[in-house]
Design a protein around this ligand. Structure first.
Ligand code: ZN
Length: 242
């Protein structure tokens, strides 16, 4: 095999590793975003429960202060009752007293209901808090692992790029340019095997004489796709395909 071909194959192998590593590196921020979104949804659920609990607290406070104010008024009414001069005024004050007592009874029931509701809400809130805390601890830990994996990948990438630099510096400029052009076109492999007398990349037939030369270790640039066609273990002459 031509020396240059060995080098090109080496370069192609390194590029394959670079491509795989790049894909792995792209996965890391994607995975981090998934974990962060999940944590965010737990945080939102926790916040919603906190708001419910705060709203309930406000309602309880309101009912309690209403009850206290009504109790004060009731005491005042009872005092005034003694000062009423006419039956009519007395009856009107009694109405006020009855109304205040009824209101206190209603507020007592309301406060009891709110207390029951509070028990449920507090339990749900506690669950939401625990879920959020567990999840964020997990997310932080996972994120640290992913960050260190990414760091390690970056180091591997630097090594690979250095290795690539070394190998490509030993390849002739014209050959290298051609390689880079085909690779830059995003067609995958640049050096391909001869398959059944055709280019292993685009399946264009190779002239029989050239097939013979390829089988003797020469490379042939495919006139259609530009890939380097070489003889590999799986290579076959035209018509002798397995
Ligand atoms: Zn081709």
């Amino acid at each position: 095999m031509e020396d240059n071909l060995e080098l090109l194959l080496g370069l192609q192998e390194i590029d394959g590793r670079i491509d795989r590593l790049n894909r792995e590196m792209d996965e890391i921020p994607r995975e981090k975003r998934i974990h962060e979104r999940e944590m965010e949804s737990h945080r939102e659920a926790f916040e919603r429960e906190k708001q419910k609990s705060a709203e309930l607290g406000r309602l309880k406070e309101q009912a309690t202060s209403d009850r206290e104010a009504t109790l004060v008024r009731l005491a005042e009414f009872k005092n005034k009752l003694l000062e009423m001069k006419t039956n009519e005024a007395y009856r009107a004050m009694m109405e006020q007293i009855k109304y205040a007592e009824k209101k206190i009874g209603e507020l007592d029931i309301r406060l009891l209901e709110l207390m029951y509701e509070e028990e449920t809400v507090e339990k749900v809130l506690e669950d939401a808090r625990r879920t959020f805390e567990r999840n964020s601890a997990r997310t932080v830990k996972r994120s640290e692992i992913l960050d260190s994996q990414l760091e390690e990948m970056k180091e591997r990438m630097a090594d690979l790029l250095e290795e690539r630099e070394e190998v490509s510096s030993t390849i002739g400029q014209r050959l290298l340019d051609r390689y880079e052009r085909v690779r830059g076109a995003g067609k995958g492999l640049v050096v391909v095997g001869l398959v059944n007398g055709s280019c292993g990349g685009c399946h264009t037939n190779v002239p029989p004489q050239t097939v013979v030369e390829i089988s003797q270790g020469k490379s042939f640039p495919c006139p259609i796709c530009g890939r380097f066609i070489i003889w590999t273990e799986g290579s076959t002459f035209a018509g002798s395909g397995r």
